[in-house]
Write a protein that binds this ligand. Structure first.
Ligand code: SF4
Length: 186
């Protein structure tokens, strides 16, 4: 089996996936809501380490796309993965626009999913974790998390707005409504 350094972070829908760790930590490490890799120094694993992993298993690639790039960057990266014949799984973060930008976030994400047309989408719900910059911003009164009902409306709007054709999951512990939908919505 391939080696993995640290905690594995992946959507529940990918619990059976092989995960090849080509980088350790996060090269961006700036998203204000994310506590995941703050203590970890980013590094790219050596070619020989990667080759060993590829030899050890059938290659699969999980792409975890988050903030730190523009929507156009994410679309371009996703389309490159698909053009390479690799199944594409992406994560969307409900509530990251806060209460004020919930609808806007739903619509923009729905449009982006249409453009990329990933094979799988896993929706998580934003959690404001103490110690993150987002938590400090919230404490200062400059971010208000959307209510559970608003998050559900955001999910509904996102699904209505997108014409993606893959599987859409909302089955993470952070979600208010467990869903597994073959898109597009009928
Ligand atoms: S959410 Fe942001 S900081 Fe956290 S791992 Fe992803 S890109 Fe890095």
């Amino acid at each position: 089996m391939p080696e993995y350094d640290g905690l594995i972070i992946r959507p529940p829908s990918e619990s059976d996936s092989l995960i090849l760790q080509y980088t350790i930590g996060c090269s961006h490490n700036q998203c204000i809501f994310c506590p995941a890799y703050k203590q970890k120094q980013f590094r790219v694993r050596s070619l020989s380490e990667m080759e060993q992993d590829v030899l050890d298993c059938i290659p699969a690639l999980r792409v975890w796309m988050q903030k730190g790039v523009t929507a156009a960057d994410m679309a371009a990266a996703g389309l490159r993965v698909k053009a390479a014949g690799i199944k594409l799984s992406v994560t969307v973060l409900l509530g990251i626009g806060g209460s004020a930008r919930s609808r806007e976030h739903a619509r923009a994400t729905g449009r982006l999913l249409t453009k990329i047309d990933p094979d799988y989408v896993g929706a998580l719900t934003t959690m404001v974790v103490p110690g993150t910059l987002l938590h400090r911003i919230e404490q200062a009164g400059n971010f208000r998390m959307a209510s559970p009902f608003k998050i559900l409306a955001e999910l509904g709007e996102m699904l209505e707005q997108t014409e993606m054709r893959g599987l859409f999951f909302s089955n993470h512990a952070s979600n208010y409504l467990p869903l597994r939908i073959r898109m597009p919505l009928q």
